[in-house]
Design a protein. Structure first.
Length: 114
């Protein structure tokens, strides 16, 4: 599927929204990442220029290390990202937050200085 510049603007918008919640949300960085994730979860690698796709993949890999938690009926009671954030260290959360900020700035430069 070809990537269009509009995909990059979409990612920029979603990351901008996510960073607001990351910076202003309540709780530690892991709780703020969960709020931020609710803003950028629709994004896929194709929404980023080629040179930023591995960075986005790294973020998603970090956020999905643990499986969801199911009840006895097989219903998800804790999602994969939330469960992962419950298990990671705060310092790992900081690295994820830093990578999200990096992605935003790099995408901003790509879109507005070319």
């Amino acid at each position: 599927m070809p990537t269009h510049k509009i995909d990059f603007f979409y990612a920029h918008e979603k990351l901008c929204d996510a960073l607001y919640y990351l910076a202003t949300g309540a709780g530690d960085v892991r709780e703020r990442i969960l709020s931020a994730y609710s803003r950028f979860h629709p994004l896929e690698e194709r929404h980023f220029p080629e040179h930023l796709r591995n960075d986005f993949k790294w973020v998603m890999d970090q956020l999905t290390k643990y499986e969801p938690v199911y009840d006895h009926k097989g219903n998800v009671i804790i999602g994969q990202v939330e469960n992962t954030l419950r298990h990671i260290r705060n310092s790992t959360g900081v690295k994820i937050a830093e990578k999200l900020l990096f992605l935003y700035h790099e995408l901003n430069s790509y879109l507005y200085t070319r």
